[in-house]
Design a binder for this molecule. Sequence first.
Ligand code: DGL
Length: 275
Amino acid sequence: MRSLKDSPIGLLDSGMGGISIWAEIVRQLPCEEVVYWADTAHCPYGGRSREEITALVRKGVEVLLGEGVKLIVIACNTATTAAIATLRAEWPEVLFVGLEPAVKPAAQATRSGVVGVLGTAYTVNSEMFRQTTERYATGIGVRVIATAGNGLVEAVETGCEDTPQTEQLLHRYIEPMLEAGADELVLACTHFPLLRPAIRRVIGGRKMRVIDPAAAIARHTAELLREHGWQTDRTSIGRSRFMGSGSAEEIERLRARAERYRTQYADEQTEVTEA
Ligand code: DGL
């Protein structure tokens, strides 16, 4: 029987967004195996209800537990916001790592006192987000401009990250933040780091730092494994497996996109936060 140390890390997202977290996990923990489950058949989650998202995520968790994972990264802000409390209550013995918008580090770092947050409609309209914002930003006098990036998840899923239409959408969402003086942009959806080249073009020469939580999430995952003595002893590179609710073709596209992202961005992760 395999010991827990050599069990894989589980990772879950509605689709391709988890790639931004996966790339950092395999960079920081290269010897770990990872099983990535994408709910491609039900992506996007952002416009769904809490009940729907919770039911979908629960299925993904069951699949990952069936694969014998030692920890589950909910690599999706929307799924974390909607479901993580329920998941932790239903599986108290399972270690979950969740993602919350990095409002705190942005609010601490801003010089202009204005912070932009780009997430899904579900995340930015949630009570959890309202509380986080009040606690870490508005409570210390920082203004938060939160925008639902409608259409952006679909752009990533359909391979349209770098089209003029997607850049136009990003322009529509980010320009008002820049005009209001925001100097920090929190990417509060794991799909959005995959749009980084287009985001950079929209920001242009202006001063705005883009916050991607991937590095902090990977560090937190490593810490949890260390704390529990569950880090692998293997010294060879761990394998990643991709699976999900979509067709074999969709899963293959996910795998190929993940590899491309890893090559392109492995050394580029910039700023970080904790979930
Ligand atoms: N990647 C996701 C997130 O971080 C969810 C996108 C979606 O399915 O709407 O919120």
